[in-house]
Ligand binder design. Structure first.
Ligand code: FES
Length: 112
C-alpha cells in the first residue's frame, strides 16, 4: 500500500489516497472525486487530466513522452512540472507523490 496526495484547486484542501502499486494516477484521482475529466480515457487526445506535480516530486517520475509534452502545451495553466495524470503509472517508488489539481482544469471543458 502506498499513498498519493492531491492538493485541491483552491490550494488549501487536500485528499490523501491509499493506492496499490500499478494503478494509474488519473483513476485514483477520479475515485477520490477530483475534478479531472479524463475525457479521452488515456489516449493523450485531451488534456483534461492535467495535474501539476509538486516540484520536489517531479524528478521521481519517468520523463514524459513527446506526445504527452505536445498535449501539455495545450493544457490551460500548464507549468514546468505539469503532467497528464493518465500517463502516470503509480509504482512503489512514487509513494508520497503530491500533485496539484490546476485551478483552470474546469474552464476548458465548460466551453464546448
Ligand atoms: Fe486525455 Fe489524459 S485522459 S490526455
Amino acid at each position: 500500500m502506498m499513498r498519493v496526495i492531491f492538493i485541491h484547486a483552491d490550494g488549501k484542501g487536500r485528499t490523501e489516497a491509499e493506492v496499490q502499486p500499478g494503478e494509474i494516477l488519473l483513476d485514483v484521482a477520479q475515485q477520490h472525486l477530483m475534478p479531472l475529466e479524463g475525457t479521452c480515457e488515456g489516449q493523450m487526445a485531451c488534456s483534461t487530466c492535467h495535474v501539476i506535480v509538486e516540484s520536489a516530486d517531479f524528478a521521481r517520475l519517468p520523463t514524459a513522452s513527446e506526445e504527452e509534452e505536445d498535449m501539455l502545451d495545450l493544457a490551460a495553466g500548464a507549468r514546468r512540472t505539469s503532467r497528464l495524470a493518465c500517463q502516470i503509472l503509480l509504482t512503489e517508488e512514487l509513494d508520497g507523490l503530491t500533485v496539484h489539481i490546476p485551478p483552470e482544469s474546469r474552464n476548458m471543458q465548460g466551453q464546448r
